[in-house]
Design a binder for this molecule. Structure first.
Ligand code: NAP
Ligand code: ZN
Length: 351
């Protein structure tokens, strides 16, 4: 039987998030029913609530950095058992038959992947998927991750999106010991990018608009801090980076960042899912430089990232909030004032 559960969501692009009741499907044979204990707050939640990407269907119930405990498993579930600590990220379904799915790249599913929220729900007719700002969720076991028991579960929540979105490009572009790696933007994604690049042995340069974040950047693992507004300092680093991970959440002028790349080096965009300002072709022609994009990561890769975090004891730096404080938290994220990821304690929604 479907059940109604408590949630928090937005009824329109201009509305605050507010309490609501949503329906979850019954636990089918390959499903895992999860009691959500913590959920991270991603800037994508805000983009979706505000309809920045022009594809939101209301109500929007955001949340794709979900940590929880297994309440119940369907009869065909083999990987999970009751009470296990699990996670759900940005994906809850894909076709499982196309070449991307075959390669474990469900996020590039050629028949369209199902996002944890704001996607058409394949299991409930005429419904949208609803995310983790809620007390429970039902997900096919293929899209459930196991969380290493040794890491702090609250601080593990952001690994499910901020973690995998930064891990995937670092791993795809084979960032290695000694590479000079720039991470642009010190927010949820950026702070994980710094931690991972450091753990991989790179020489990490935090590239930020906020001079007051410099000392935090260093404690997170950056070896140098470059203030992007300081043109002279930026130019000193021209043609010197092996790889740049760009997490800026809005369209921007990429020319100064392209100039930082070495010959044949790549800048990967993960933040700006919107038009960018024009950039000069000469900037990439001179030096055979590359610009690419990257979307979250596949399920296999996400599990590998979580296992790496377990082994190296890597988690996010978080600020805990109660569900009712979500609208204030959104404002602080927009003001680039988050250190460095908000995580909602879902007990505050249950009570
Ligand atoms: P966030 O916590 O808000 O961090 C973004 C950081 O970018 C800010 O803290 C700020 O850092 C910098 N920044 C903000 N506005 C800027 C501007 N106008 N110019 C230059 N720098 C600016 O956001 P997030 O959660 O890390 O997400 C970053 C972006 O990635 C969002 O757009 C999100 O939707 C997207 N995203 C993409 C994927 C994917 O799969 N590709 C996955 C998750 C999220 P400083 O103060 O250091 O400058
Ligand atoms: Zn996200």
């Amino acid at each position: 039987m479907n059940t109604n559960v408590k949630a928090y969501g937005a009824k329109s692009a201009t509305a605050d998030l507010e309490p609501m009741s949503i329906e979850r499907r019954e636990t089918k044979p390959s499903d895992v029913k999860i009691e959500i204990t913590y959920c991270g707050v991603c800037h994508s939640d805000i983009h979706t609530v505000r309809n920045d990407w022009q594809n939101s269907v209301y109500p929007v119930i955001p949340g794709h950095e979900i940590i929880g405990k297994v309440l119940e498993v369907g009869e065909n579930v083999t990987k999970f058992k009751k009470d296990q600590l699990v996670g759900v990220g940005c994906l809850v379904d894909s076709c499982q038959t196309c070449s991307s799915c075959d390669e474990g790249l469900e996020q590039y599913c050629e028949n369209g992947w199902t996002g944890t929220y704001n996607s058409k729900d394949n299991h409930m007719q005429d419904k949208q998927t609803y995310g983790g700002y809620s007390t429970s969720i039902v997900v096919d076991e293929k899209f459930v991750l196991s969380i290493p028991e040794n890491i702090d579960e609250k601080a593990a929540a952001p690994l499910l999106c901020a973690g995998i979105t930064t891990w995937s490009p670092l791993s795809q572009w084979k960032v290695k010991k000694g590479d000079k790696v720039g991470v642009v933007g010190l927010g949820g994604l950026g702070h994980m990018g710094v931690k991972f690049a450091n753990a991989l042995g790179a020489h990490v340069v935090m590239i930020t608009t906020s001079p007051d974040k410099a000392s935090d950047a260093t404690s997170l693992g950056a070896h140098e801090v470059l203030i992007s507004k300081n043109e002279e300092d930026m130019q000193k680093h021209n043609n010197s980076f092996d790889f740049i991970l760009n997490t800026i959440p809005v369209g921007h002028d990429m020319n100064p960042y392209i100039a930082l790349l070495k010959r044949d080096a790549t800048m990967v965009l993960v933040g700006a899912v919107e038009p960018l300002k024009p950039f000069h072709g000469g900037g990439i022609i001179m030096g055979r430089k590359r610009i690419s994009g990257s979307l979250i990561g596949g399920i296999k890769e996400t599990q590998e990232m979580l296992d790496f975090c377990g082994k190296h004891n890597i988690v996010s730096d978080i600020e805990m909030i109660d569900m009712k404080d979500i609208n204030k938290a959104y404002k602080r994220v927009i003001d680039a004032d988050v250190k460095y990821r908000f995580v909602i304690d879902m007990k505050s929604l249950k009570n």
